[in-house]
Design a protein around this ligand. Structure first.
Ligand code: AHM
Ligand code: MG
Length: 337
């Protein structure tokens, strides 16, 4: 069997960047290693005492599960040990984590991450994920600083997610397409299983938390009704699929085609998801796979970022479906969004 591991693939792809010295490759490798360790723990979450809440709340004011803390610690440790990253921003930490060790101080890259997205699903054995985004630092040297993270999504050097599902998969892009790797537990390696992933231009799945319907902008309400209408030519009604674990919902839509929407609600007037370490990396991946990602009006990756934990609405997926949803947003914008 002709298997290509993530490590082999990364080294091969390093040649795409003629002046690359291997730093980004090593950073991706470090992330892959942390992902395997987190996967091991997620897999036995139902068995181990690790299951449950720590009782602390994270910076977003949500209850933190023990596995969130574990995943956060693992990724931070791997990135610190690797020496290619001079600062980390995490959903779990209010402030950035500057890295000031001898090997990392002058490293070129910063990493923003959501170490365990969808963590409210852990206790019910539903897939969770890790999302990461890599930027080149803008400060010159020393440990990384906040301003290194306040860059538009278009400046991302690489981004990816790991899904801890029925199989564990790592999907990433460096701006030259999207490739997916499935963990083969028998050899403990991520192996290339989904080369050059492309999202279908259209699909028949829409993913949104309809429980919030009453609080959605009118454009979203009308788009949902559009998805539910009968129309043979466009294959409607579409199917509603919402796991509530963003990486799993978006991974499915990436493969079969579909649109994922987390709009503003009256409860979360800026949206729920975070621009830096959730929306931008997912947008980079989906765009690289041929899809689109906007906030309903504007491209996600061109949004200015002022705060580490800034939120944004998200419309992401098959390009025709995102376009259609945006059409409804524009049409009904004036009527009380
Ligand atoms: P989290 O980072 O606190 O886990 O929140 C992000 C998650 C996404 O994975 C998911 O798509 C969404 O929040 C679900 O939110 P809701 O329960 O409001 O539908
Ligand atoms: Mg999260």
């Amino acid at each position: 069997m002709n298997v290509k591991t993530l490590g082999q693939f990364i080294i091969e792809k390093q040649n795409d960047f003629p002046f690359a010295k291997g730093e980004l490759s090593r950073l991706l490798r470090d992330i892959g290693i942390a992902a395997k360790i987190v996967n091991r723990e997620v897999n036995k979450a139902g068995l181990a005492e690790i299951l449950g809440e720590t009782g602390e709340t994270n910076v977003q004011g949500e209850k933190v599960k023990k596995l969130d803390v574990f995943a956060n610690d693992q990724f931070i440790a791997a990135l610190k040990a690797g020496g290619e990253c001079c600062a980390i921003a995490s959903e779990e930490n209010e402030e950035i984590i500057p890295i000031d060790s001898d090997i990392s101080r002058n490293a070129k890259y910063v990493v923003a991450m959501d170490p365990l997205d969808g963590s409210s699903n852990i206790d019910v054995n539903v897939s969770v994920g890790t999302i990461f985004s890599i930027y080149r630092r803008t400060t010159l040297n020393g440990a990384g600083q906040l301003e290194d993270f306040l860059q538009r999504g278009t400046e991302q050097v690489a981004a990816g997610y790991v899904i801890y599902g029925s199989s564990a998969m790592l999907v990433y892009t460096t701006g030259k397409g999207v490739n997916g790797f499935t963990l083969d537990p028998s050899i403990g390696e991520f192996c290339l299983s989904h080369p050059n992933m492309r999202i279908p231009q259209s699909g028949n799945v829409y993913s949104i938390n309809e429980g919030n319907y009453l609080h959605f902008p009118d454009g979203v309400k009308k788009y949902i009704k559009y998805c539910q209408e009968e129309d043979k030519a466009t294959n409607r009604p579409y199917s509603s699929r919402y796991i509530g674990s963003g990486v799993a919902d978006i991974h499915r839509n990436l493969i079969v085609g579909g649109v994922y929407i987390y709009p503003t609600t009256t409860k979360s007037p800026k949206g729920k998801l975070r621009l830096l370490y959730e929306c931008n990396p997912l947008a980079f991946i989906v765009e690289q796979a041929g899809g689109k990602a906007t906030d309903g009006y504007k491209r996600i990756m061109e949004k200015d970022i002022k705060e580490l934990h800034q939120r944004t609405p998200l419309f992401l997926g098959s390009s025709d479906m995102v376009d259609k949803a945006m059409e409804f947003m524009a049409k009904y914008a004036e009527v009380g969004a």
